[in-house]
Each structure stands twice: as structure tokens, then as C-alpha cells.
Design a protein around this ligand. Structure first.
Ligand SMILES: [Ca+2]
Length: 416
């Protein structure tokens, strides 16, 4: 046994001292390279439950020499956790979900449900009975306490979110709803939001609290698992001011809450901004409606009108007011529900048309009125979309799904 341990020690030293130097030459991504070597080496042996005796007696001092790596880990059930010693996890009311850090600690996950208080970063707000469904009614809420006065934002990741959908006539969240209080205004959502996220302003001072409430009525197989991440004011992960959603990739997909081409209903009473970080050397952005694989006629952009029939693109705000300050008389514009993107033009016009539009609605995605879906471009920075819906759908707006757009930032050299 002693001989084995000595050999392991020797290899640890070789890997921790020599390999990093070699990898710096071979690969600029040194950390991941070293980690992968460590994982390869420790993997199965150090994850086995038989290892603790050896670790306790001989290895802890040596581990102090070996970087443990980032503090996050993944639990087998999919949650992200913090890699900390088992006793700390238990002390902090976490749930140990398997070993991590080469056997150094456990992947400690933090879950809270109705009535809970969130005091740890990366805590999940889950439904009662999680991971099974919850079919109860009432108000289930958690309170989020700041870890530090210097926390400016919360990011909510809807790992799973499925509650009762909005009602069919006006798409109001009458049965179930998620409410967020104590931070910046957020839209009330219901239905499905799995894979979506939100940023919430955390307010000033350590004492301000954010409360997440899920209010339910009637029967529905509900399921939710929302990860709450606290973001420091100086963090590079912090979203720009006023952005409910924030994307940081050159290309990606943005969509409205409860979007789904088969049965999703565009939610009413929405008012929020989606921001896309302007990456270095990119000056413009293009948008296309997402592919719709379920319907013959795409429903990927159906914001106003009866989308059981073909509905053209409608652009603009409907002109000025009527005589003597009366409300606008021109109703052929986006006056109830719309998506706003600064100065949009069709990408296929060369040279581009002189004019541009901001609001777009209807049932076909384009920057020009008509029945033809087109690539839309904008060079207004920062890149932002603003989504507005009122509280009415019936009788004119029927079966609208909302929007799903794929975006690609455009390099400064390609005409922007
Ligand atoms: Ca509406």
C-alpha cells in the first residue's frame, strides 16, 4: 500500500509541476488541459467511495499543492453545485450529490421550495415533490437574500418551467403565474419557459430581498427548477441596465416566453428588453425567423392577426394622431402588440432602402410590409429588441405564438 501511495504521489507531482509548463507551449487553454489530465488520472479511483481512508490519512496535505479547479460541479441529476467538503455541505443545508474535485469534496447542491430562504449562490427554486410533478394550488414562494451588499443582479435560469398556460381568448396568465417582487419590474409569465432566463435588478444595500412566487390554481402537472445566480456589480457576467434577457454570443436564438410552434400562446401584458452583447469587431446584426418544423406555414413570428390564416408583415407604429390630438386613425400599424428593433431594413436590398422601420408585427417576419419572410438587419447599437403586448387578443388576434428569431452579428467589414 505504501509503495502504491508513493507512486501516486510521484505522478501527482509530475502532472502538477511538469505538465502545466508543457501545456502552456502546446495549448494556450492551459487550465482545461491540466484539468483534463487530472480528471483522466484521478477519475475512477478518486471518485470511488473506497478512497476516503487514504485521502484522510495521507493525501490532504498533498492536495493543497494541487489546484482543485473551478468551484462548480455537476450533479448526476443535472443541477450545478459547489465543490466543497462534505461537512461544509451538510452544515450549510446543502445536498451532497456525489464526489468532485478529485475526491476533495462533494458536489453540494442547494435546493429550496415553498417558504424557503435562498442564502447560497446557485440555489435552485424547485416545485414541491421535485423532481416529480406538483399538482397543488396556492402560492409557493422563496425569498432571496443577497450574499453580499455588492450584489447587483440575479440571473434566473429556467432549467425546467412548466405551469398552466394562459387562457385561450386573451392569453392572460389567469390560472398560474410567476411573480417576481422586490427588484426591477419583470413581466408575469406562465406556460412554459424551459431554457429561458431572466435578469432581475437586485436593488441597493444588503437588506433588499427579491421574492419569487409561483401562484397556482386548478389542476396541472407543474414542474419547475429555477437556478438563482447572484451577480456582483463588477462582474463581467452582469447584464446591461434594463435588459430582462442578455445574450453574449455572436449568434444565437431569442424567443418570447411560452413560445412553441404547436400550441404556445404569446403572453399578454409583456414589456421588456432583450439585449445582445455587441461582440468586438461586430457592427451590425441580422435576424431571421426560426425554422418551424411543425407547420406548413411558419408560425415562428405570429404577433398580431389571426394566425390560422396567412398574415402579412406589418411595420411601423400606425402613423400620427388624428385631428385635434385624437388617437391615431391609421390602424394599419403595430399599435397593440409588437417587437421593436432599432432601424430595421431588409438585408436583400442592395443598395439598402433609404427608410427603415422600428416596430414589426403581424404574422410574417420582415422589415417590409408583405407576405414574404425576409432576413432583417440593423446596425443600431447596442443590439436590443423590445417586446410589447397589451392585455387583449380576442377577437382580432387569434392563436398567435409569439416570436422566435435566430440572430447573427455582422462583422464591421461587411458594409456595417
Ligand atoms: Ca394583444
Amino acid at each position: 500500500m505504501q509503495l502504491q501511495i508513493s507512486m501516486v504521489l510521484l505522478v501527482v507531482l509530475v502532472f502538477s509541476v511538469i505538465l502545466p509548463a508543457r501545456c502552456k507551449v502546446a495549448n494556450s487553454n492551459t487550465n482545461s488541459h491540466v484539468n483534463s489530465w487530472r480528471d483522466l488520472f484521478f477519475g475512477s479511483k478518486w471518485l470511488s467511495p473506497a478512497a476516503p481512508r487514504i485521502r484522510e490519512s495521507k493525501f490532504l496535505p498533498i492536495f493543497a499543492l494541487v489546484p482543485i479547479g473551478p468551484g462548480t460541479c455537476s450533479a448526476p441529476s443535472g443541477e450545478q453545485g459547489n465543490c466543497i467538503p462534505n461537512k461544509d455541505c451538510v452544515l450549510r443545508n446543502g445536498i451532497p450529490a456525489g464526489p468532485c474535485g478529485g475526491g476533495y469534496g462533494v458536489c453540494c447542491i442547494f435546493l429550496q421550495t415553498c417558504g424557503g430562504i435562498i442564502r447560497e449562490n446557485s440555489t435552485y427554486f424547485v416545485n414541491p415533490n421535485h423532481p416529480d410533478i406538483f399538482d397543488g394550488t396556492g402560492s409557493c414562494q422563496v425569498t432571496i437574500q443577497k450574499l453580499h451588499p455588492d450584489i447587483c443582479q440575479l440571473r434566473l435560469d429556467f432549467d425546467m418551467f412548466s405551469v398552466a398556460p394562459p387562457e385561450a381568448a386573451n392569453h392572460l396568465c389567469n390560472q398560474d403565474q410567476l411573480l417576481i417582487s422586490g427588484g426591477s419590474p419583470t413581466p408575469t409569465i406562465c406556460g412554459s419557459a424551459t431554457g429561458d432566463h431572466m435578469y432581475v435588478d437586485a436593488g441597493l444595500g444588503q437588506s433588499s430581498q427579491i421574492i419569487l412566487s409561483i401562484i397556482t390554481s386548478g389542476s396541472f402537472p407543474r414542474l419547475w427548477r429555477i437556478r438563482v445566480t447572484q451577480i456582483h456589480c463588477g462582474s463581467i457576467s452582469r447584464a446591461d441596465q434594463g435588459c430582462l434577457q442578455y445574450y453574449t454570443a455572436i449568434s444565437g436564438r431569442v424567443r418570447s416566453f411560452n413560445y412553441n410552434t404547436v400550441a404556445g400562446r404569446q403572453l399578454s401584458n409583456q414589456d421588456y428588453s432583450i439585449c445582445i452583447r455587441n461582440e468586438r469587431n461586430f457592427c451590425g446584426i441580422q435576424y431571421n425567423a426560426c425554422p418551424d418544423l411543425e407547420n406548413n406555414r411558419s408560425r415562428a413570428f405570429t404577433i398580431t392577426g389571426n394566425s390560422n390564416n396567412p398574415v402579412p408583415t406589418i411595420v411601423g407604429g400606425g402613423g400620427g394622431g388624428g385631428p385635434g390630438g385624437a388617437p391615431p386613425t391609421n390602424t394599419n400599424g403595430c399599435i397593440s402588440d409588437w417587437l421593436l428593433i432599432g432601424c430595421i431594413r431588409s438585408a436583400d436590398r442592395i443598395p439598402p432602402l433609404p427608410g427603415c422601420e422600428d416596430r414589426v408585427c403581424g404574422g410574417t417576419f420582415s422589415a417590409e410590409a408583405g407576405m414574404l419572410a425576409k432576413t432583417v438587419q440593423s446596425s443600431v447599437r447596442p443590439f436590443r429588441l423590445y417586446f410589447h403586448t397589451d392585455g387583449v387578443e380576442a377577437p382580432n388576434d387569434i392563436d398567435n405564438r409569439g416570436f422566435c428569431l435566430d440572430y447573427v452579428q455582422q462583422p464591421c467589414t461587411s458594409g456595417f
